[in-house]
Structures are given as structure tokens and as C-alpha cells.
Design a protein around this ligand. Structure first.
Ligand code: ZN
Length: 881
């Protein structure tokens, strides 16, 4: 545990570093329990900093062996070393050389930050503050240096030795069993991008030729025997490299690009320069072991980490408050890549569903924070959906505001102006202002004001004057530390849809008007002229702004949009809105002890979409996927009863499955294919629709549909169909479910990544017996509290993905998760803190559950040995609103 209480870090306190580092030369001698790290730094006073100061280098749990300044061994009194800090009170006021030797124990490193072992492989994770767990260093992103890394290890234990950059030398260490490799990275980088790997790994190799004709060696390193599951990741990497050249003009810059897949990893993947380290879950895939969603996820994450080479590595962040500078921008880039590789409409709907399910929820609770926070207690807790996904939405709005061409000019200017620098959000946005001539000062509020804006659209048609008057207004509620908000700049793309489904011309004051309205005041009214018929308003097309929209659109208008809207996003949204209205009504009826009702108009809209064979199957599958329990909870907003939400949704699914049974059955038959499995988007879309149809047919409890699911499970030749059938069966307690669950375990028990799917599925069963099942599964041979993937699959799925059982009325779900948080905190505070965020919506619950959730949170917060990570989450969650 920490020996000091960490102080909050504030953006306003930023000062340039007093000392800069020109070069870092590391000599790392790997050993399971005593790895020796010799670090040679060339330091110089920063001309931009205030007067020369003591040199203070950060550490974390370090054991110092020696320190030399310009070659002379420093004596006691000339420096102060604690595990957390190395201070030299009177350094020379001129460039000097500092040599530091430390010893670290990778095998004892269960936090998985710094140098640790994943199974037998040595690997590192340095973002955000892990480098200080390897050696003392000015561990902040605005200290950029070039690195040369020599790694030495036992030849049999670690035949493969990797670090950032290009390999310059390797060979045997005379007189023994050890060998070494030297890597040099010519690009200055912050310490968080440092990486090294040592282990006995297999390698898959390929080549990419850049647009200027340079040959780049591509290598993916995995455990032996996993080589044949790397093909898709390699293909995704090559497509990413090509796409970044074509769309953003960004070319790769080293001779080699490496990816290493490890099984114990806190995050998804890490973009270390030239040496990405990945959670193996996001590399390994084939038809037998991965679902279509896994393939899509792998493609997106491979692209994301690769794209960081320019947005994050070549241009990095000045400080951690600027995290969205690299993350929001890179998420935007990977979303655009996926949209180009797959279906733009389907990707957009998926991204927005994800944003609403996670970011909107974060924004509505005690953990809400701006896209650029102004204070943090523990930076590890700010790798959030607000920084990533809302950060990406802010970039997307810039493109809507400026148009594609000016946006690209702004990006080009950013690369040209700031290459090799540690930049800020202000510098980034300044590039777009300069490239477009636009004033973006008010737009900056998207970075500083937390919360999801509410937009109200009120349209009225005057059949005599042939005008359509649209009144728009915006508001933004208080969030922690921000009671009062100013108006945002909200770009709203819209259309007026006529009875036959075509868009009516937009004319304002006698001139053709843009289809993007910019709402930048509290309210705004716009009058469209020459509107020949009463239109249906289609607003926030493509989800052009990340807002909560309320519009006075009738059910009839929504059915028109569902049938005809030229914007597929709003076509999907129209069905969602119809379904949400019904679900909210039924939640009220059910809680009042009355029976739920159905909506024939909604069923008719769904039937029309099902019968429209011109639509992409993946899109139809999304339309049929009704709002989730989390969506309903978010719409209910307060006094939430998860059981009522679940019952309303189950009722709707059964109503659809019953009313549309013949159409669903015919879709299921029509899309049955005997072609060999291919993970491409079109094939995946057909499987998604077929499996959605199966699930809805079974939602009525129809024994034929359940038998069909059991048959699909047994006969499947790919993981997508097998998992989908298992997921359907998991919702229906009976012999088919028990048999399939047993079979899955037998089939894949030796493959923990696949067993994760099985653990997660069982943890999400909405039944009273699930908590006991989860507790029992913790004794499964594949489960380990030390592997983040296992913890997330079993306990994380229960806490984040099972609304009725985590929120059990007796509070046992909260107690279980609180205990798991405390148990994990002793070994891996980051993963423990992430799990604790499951409590973030506790205040929105009905009073009895709210009280029990609060008790569990207070129990966590009351533990005196809590890590900074968990303490930060628990205390923020409990801070009065
Ligand atoms: Zn990233």
C-alpha cells in the first residue's frame, strides 16, 4: 500500500518540468525475482522552467542500489531515496549524467504495472505511471527522450528479447547461459510509451510496404501453439496501416512493428512505440474460438493502437489532463476505420448504443467528469468512457461543424505543427480554428463542462402559411463540482420527411438552408418556408451531437421515419423511441400491479422492416434488438426498480416473438447457410439477424424454438452460432440449457479465453440462483483472481451486466461485489477500482436498494488499507450530489 496519502493533482498547477532528459540508456538484466535495472540519463535544465531546483525523480516501490552523478558515486547526504522518490538537493546547474541502479521483482508484481510476468513472459505496462516502478525517472509525458535498451536474460527462459524501436545488436553473453539484445528508438518519447518483453514466444511474420516504398517487418508474438489464431489480427494491421496513409496521410516510421499478446493484462492493449502489448483476447481469433463480435473488436483495437503511432506517440500529451487528446481522437479514428471496413450505419448505431449504455450513465452519476478533467486523485481511474467515447464524439462534432475538407486541413496542420511535441487540447483545437478561420472558443466547453446536454425540439406546421417552425432549446444539469453551466455548441443534422418518405427542401428567408443547425444559445427558433405538407421531423441525424433529445414527434411520425427515413441512424432511432415509450408505460403499469400492454403500431413498424429485403441484415438485427435494461433504467432516471425494467422488456420481447413468429421463422430458414465460415461484415450481419430471430422466437418460451436453439448449439461450425444459441438457451431454465453449458465446459476447458465467454454468460443469467452459481464458478479450475480477464468475465459481467441480480432486493449482490473489490484491491488496485464503478448509479435506485448499495459502498470506503485507486472511486461515488 502507499506510504503517503496522495494529494489531488490539478490542471491549474501545471508547471513545465525543471529538468529535461535528452537520452535514456537502460540496461535490464532479467531475473524472475531480482531484475537489475541500470539507467543512464543525460539531464539538462529546462530553459523554460523557473530557476534551477532540486532534482526530484519519481519512483514506486523501488529498491535503490546506487546512484552516480557524472561518474562519481553519491554518498549519503548528497541524495535522499525512498521507494517513492529520489531527490538530489543540489544538482549542477548544467547538463549532467546520472546513473541509477535499482532492483525490481517482476514475479511479485501483481498490480501488472511496471515490469511483471504474465505466465512466464516478462512484459511491461507503463501508462500512466508504471515506468517509475522500473527506475526513478521524471515520469511525466512532457519529458520526451530517445531510448536505447539493452536486455539480458537466460537463453532458455527468454529466447525472445524485445524493446521499442529498431534492433541494433544481439548476441551471447560470454561464459554462461545468457544472451542480450539492444534496441534503439530514434523517436523521442515519454516514459509511458517505454516497453520491453522477454520470453519464449512464437512469432508470425509479414511485410508491409509503405506508400513511399519502405518495407516494414510486421511481427505478432504469441504463446507457442497459438500462431494459427493470428491471421485476422495481421490482416487488420495491414489494412490499418494502409487506411491511415489514405485517409490521414500518416505513414509508419520504424523498420519494424511488433505486437505481443499476453494473457495477464489490465487493459485492452497498449500502444508502446513500435512494440504494442495486447491482451491476448484482442489478438487471437479463428472461426472455432471467436465470435463475429470478437473479430470486429480485434480489428478495431489493432487499428486503434496502430493509429496511436501518430495520435499519441509522435504527438503526445503535455500532461494527463490532456488524455482525450490522444484517446478521443484515436477512438474517432478507429471508429471511422471500422465504418470504412464495414457498414457505416451499423457501426454508428453500435457506437451510439455503447456511448449511451456507458458514457451517458457515467455522466448522470457521481463519477461524471469533463472530457478534460481539471483535477484527479488517481489518474488510473480516468481511463473512462467519457475520455474515450465522448472524447471521440467531440472530434466528430468538429468534423460536422467544419465540414470534411476543413477538418482534414486542421488535422494536417496539427501533424505539421506539433510533430515531436507534447501538446494540449488548446493547441489541437487552435489548428482547426486556424485551418478554417472559425472561432472555436465556445466549442471548447465540450472539454470543460461535464454532463449530457438536454435538447428539446418543438416543431409546428402552419398549413396556411406553408411554414414549419422549429423551436430548439438546450440545458445542462449540474455535475460534481459544476453547479452552473453555460450553453454548448450543438450541431444538429436534420431533415423534414414528407408522407412519401422523401426529404422536403429546406428553405429559410428565401434561400436554401444547410441541413445542419448550430444551436449555441439557450434557445433558437428557425422557420422553414415553402413546406408543402406537414413533415415528420428527423433531427440529430447520424447522432450528430451526443445529447439527450426530446422532440414532440407523434407515434405516427415515428412510424413514418421507421419506414422511410433516408438517414439509417434515425430510422433505427425511431423504432427505439417507439419501443422506449411503450417500455416506460409498462414499467409504470407493472409497478402499480397492473398488466403490461402491447403496441400494434410498433409491431407493424417492425414487421415492415423485417419484410424489407433491401435492408442490410446487420441493420435489421439492430432494429429488432430492443432497448436494453440499462437503456430503460437511464430513461426512468430515478427511483429505478431493475425488476420492473426487466419484466417490461421480457414482456415486449415475448410480444414481438409471438406476433412475428412466422416472419422470424422464415428469416431463420432463409439465412441458414452451409457456406464455410467467414468473418466478413456481410456474413456476420446475416448471422446476427438469424440469431436475433432465433432469440425472439424463443422469448415466448416456445418449446420448438428452444429445441431449435439446442440443435443450433450442437450443430454449429463456428463460435458465433454456438455462443448465440447458448445465450438464448441460458435464458430458459431446462435440460437443454444444462446440457449445453456442460458440453461447452467439456469442449473448451483447456482454453481460458473461451471459458471466459462461458463464465460471463452464466454470470448474466437473470435468475435468483445466479449469485450462488457465480460463487461456485470462482472454484472452477480456469478461474483465478490474479488474471484480469477471468475476473472481468465472471465478477465483472455479474456486476456490470446483470441488472436484476447485482441489484437484488436483499442486497446480496452488492455485498458479494464489495467483498470482491476488497479482495482484489490487495493485489490489483486498478482492476478492483474498475469493478467498484459498478456502484456508480446507486443514487438512481429505489430507496430500499439505494440504502443497501450505499451500505456496501461505505463498507468499502471504511477500510483503512484501501489503495488510492479504490478509495478515489468509493469516495467520489459517496460524495453528496
Ligand atoms: Zn488508446
Amino acid at each position: 500500500m502507499r506510504t503517503e496519502e496522495p494529494l489531488p493533482v490539478r490542471l491549474e498547477d501545471y508547471r513545465p518540468p525543471e529538468w529535461l532528459v535528452d537520452t535514456v540508456t537502460l540496461n535490464v538484466s532479467l531475473d524472475p525475482s531480482a531484475t537489475r535495472v541500470q539507467s543512464l540519463l543525460y539531464l539538462k535544465p529546462n530553459p523554460e522552467a523557473e530557476a534551477p531546483a532540486p532534482l526530484t525523480l519519481e519512483g514506486d516501490g523501488l529498491h535503490l542500489v546506487s546512484v552516480r552523478l557524472n561518474g562519481a558515486l553519491l554518498q549519503a547526504g548528497e541524495f535522499v531515496a525512498t521507494p517513492e522518490r529520489l531527490t538530489i538537493p543540489q544538482p549542477p546547474n548544467a547538463p549532467f549524467r546520472l546513473e541509477i541502479e535499482t532492483i525490481v521483482n517482476p514475479s511479485a508484481n501483481t498490480q501488472l504495472m511496471g515490469l511483471y510476468r504474465s505466465n512466464e513472459t516478462y512484459c511491461t505496462q507503463c501508462e500512466a505511471e508504471g515506468f517509475r516502478r522500473i527506475t526513478y525517472f521524471p515520469d511525466r509525458p512532457d519529458v520526451m527522450a530517445t531510448y536505447t535498451t539493452r536486455i539480458e536474460a537466460d537463453k532458455t527462459e527468454a529466447p525472445i528479447l524485445l524493446a521499442n524501436g529498431n534492433l541494433t545488436e544481439s548476441g551471447d553473453v560470454p561464459g554462461g547461459q545468457r544472451h542480450y539484445a539492444v534496441w534503439h528508438d530514434p523517436f523521442p518519447k515519454p516514459s509511458y510509451l517505454f516497453a520491453l518483453v522477454g520470453g519464449d514466444l512464437a512469432c508470425v511474420e509479414d511485410i508491409f510496404v509503405t506508400r513511399s516504398g519502405r518495407k516494414v517487418t510486421l511481427r505478432i508474438y504469441v504463446e507457442h501453439g497459438r500462431e494459427d489464431r493470428c491471421g485476422y489480427a495481421m490482416d487488420a494491421l495491414k489494412r490499418s496501416m494502409q487506411w491511415d496513409e489514405q485517409v490521414f496521410g500518416c505513414e509508419y516510421d520504424l523498420d519494424i512493428f511488433m505486437i505481443v499478446a499476453v494473457s495477464a493484462f489490465n487493459m485492452g492493449a497498449m500502444e508502446n512505440k513500435g512494440l504494442n502489448i495486447f491482451n491476448d483476447k484482442y489478438v487471437l481469433a479463428d472461426a472455432e474460438t471467436a465470435t463475429d463480435e470478437d473479430f470486429a473488436r480485434i480489428e478495431a483495437i489493432i487499428a486503434h493502437e496502430y493509429f496511436h503511432n501518430w495520435t499519441g506517440n509522435r504527438i503526445t500529451c503535455r500532461d494527463w489532463f490532456q488524455l482525450c487528446l490522444k484517446e478521443g481522437l484515436t477512438v474517432y479514428r478507429d471508429q471511422e476505420f471500422s465504418a470504412d471496413m464495414r457498414s457505416r450505419a451499423v457501426e454508428r448505431i453500435g457506437d451510439v448504443r455503447n456511448l449511451r449504455a456507458h458514457q451517458f450513465v457515467e455522466d448522470a452519476g457521481p463519477l461524471a467528469h469533463p472530457v478534460r478533467p481539471e483535477v484527479y486523485q488517481e489518474i488510473n481511474n480516468f481511463y473512462t468512457t467519457t475520455i474515450y467515447e465522448k472524447g471521440a464524439e467531440v472530434i466528430r462534432m468538429l468534423r460536422v461543424l467544419l465540414g470534411r475538407e476543413a477538418f482534414r486541413k486542421g488535422m494536417d496542420l496539427y501533424f505539421e505543427r506539433h510533430d515531436g511535441e507534447a501538446a494540449t487540447i488548446e493547441q489541437f483545437v487552435r489548428c482547426f480554428a486556424d485551418a478554417s478561420g472559425r472561432d472555436l472558443s465556445q466549442f471548447m466547453r465540450w472539454y470543460s463542462q461535464a454532463g449530457t446536454p438536454d435538447v428539446v425540439a418543438d416543431g409546428s406546421y402552419d398549413s396556411t402559411a406553408k411554414t414549419y417552425t422549429l423551436k430548439l432549446s438546450q440545458s445542462l444539469g449540474p455535475t460534481p463540482g459544476q453547479p452552473i453551466k453555460l450553453p454548448m455548441v450543438i450541431p444538429l443534422r436534420l431533415g423534414l420527411v414528407g408522407a412519401d418518405g422523401t426529404d422536403l427542401p429546406l428553405v429559410v428567408a428565401g434561400r436554401p438552408a444547410s441541413d445542419v443547425i448550430i444551436l449555441d444559445e439557450p434557445s433558437h427558433t428557425i422557420v422553414y418556408e415553402g413546406v408543402v405538407e406537414r413533415p415528420a421531423l428527423s433531427i440529430n441525424r447520424e447522432f450528430s451531437a451526443p445529447v439527450k433529445l426530446t422532440a414532440n414527434v407523434t407515434a405516427e411520425d415515428l412510424r413514418r421515419l421507421a419506414a422511410y427515413d433516408t438517414d439509417p441512424f434515425n430510422r433505427w432511432q425511431a423504432v427505439q423511441t417507439l419501443a422506449t415509450r411503450l417500455l416506460l408505460k409498462n414499467v409504470g403499469l407493472l409497478r402499480a400491479g397492473q398488466a403490461a400492454v402491447t403496441d400494434d403500431g410498433l409491431i407493424a413498424a417492425l414487421a415492415a422492416i423485417l419484410s424489407d429485403t433491401r435492408l442490410e441484415p446487420a441493420f435489421v438485427a439492430l432494429v429488432l434488438g430492443m432497448p436494453t435494461e440499462a437503456d430503460i433504467a437511464r430513461e426512468v432516471g430515478r427511483d429505478v426498480d431493475p425488476d420492473a425494467n426487466f419484466a417490461a422488456r421480457a414482456h415486449l420481447r415475448a410480444a414481438i416473438g409471438g406476433a412475428l413468429a412466422p416472419a422470424l421463422a422464415s428469416i431463420y430458414e432463409r439465412l441458414t447457410s452451409t457456406a464455410p465460415y467467414s468473418p466478413d461484415a456481410a456474413s456476420a450481419g446475416r448471422r446476427a439477424l438469424r440469431n436475433t430471430a432465433l432469440d425472439l422466437m424463443a422469448a415466448t418460451g416456445n418449446p420448438d424454438a428452444i429445441a431449435r436453439a439446442a440443435a443450433q448449439y450442437r450443430g454449429a461450425d463456428n463460435m458465433t452460432d454456438r455462443m448465440a444459441a447458448l445465450a438464448t438457451l441460458s435464458l430458459h431454465d431446462g435440460p437443454e440449457r444444462a446440457e449445453a453449458l456442460q458440453d461447452f465446459n467439456r469442449r473448451y476447458e483447456k482454453d481460458p479465453l473461451i471459458i471466459d465467454k462461458w463464465l460471463g454468460l452464466q454470470a448474466m443469467i437473470p435468475e435468483a440462483g445466479t449469485l450462488d452459481r457465480v460463487k461456485a464458478l470462482m472454484a472452477h479450475p480456469a478461474f483465478s483472481m490474479n488474471n484480469p480477464n477471468r475476473v472481468r468475465a465472471l465478477i465483472g459481467s455479474f456486476a456490470h451486466g446483470n441488472a436484476t441480480q447485482f441489484n437484488r432486493a436483499d442486497g446480496a449482490g452488492y455485498d458479494f461485489v464489495a467483498e470482491a473489490v476488497l479482495a482484489l484491491d490487495a493485489t490489483n488496485p486498478q482492476v478492483a477500482a474498475r469493478l467498484a464503478t459498478a456502484f456508480r448509479s446507486w443514487r438512481a435506485l429505489e430507496s430500499s436498494r439505494r440504502k443497501k448499495a450505499e451500505e456496501a459502498l461505505r463498507r468499502i470506503a471504511g477500510v483503512s488499507t484501501l489503495s488510492a485507486d479504490v478509495s478515489d472511486i468509493a469516495n467520489r461515488a459517496l460524495t453528496p450530489a
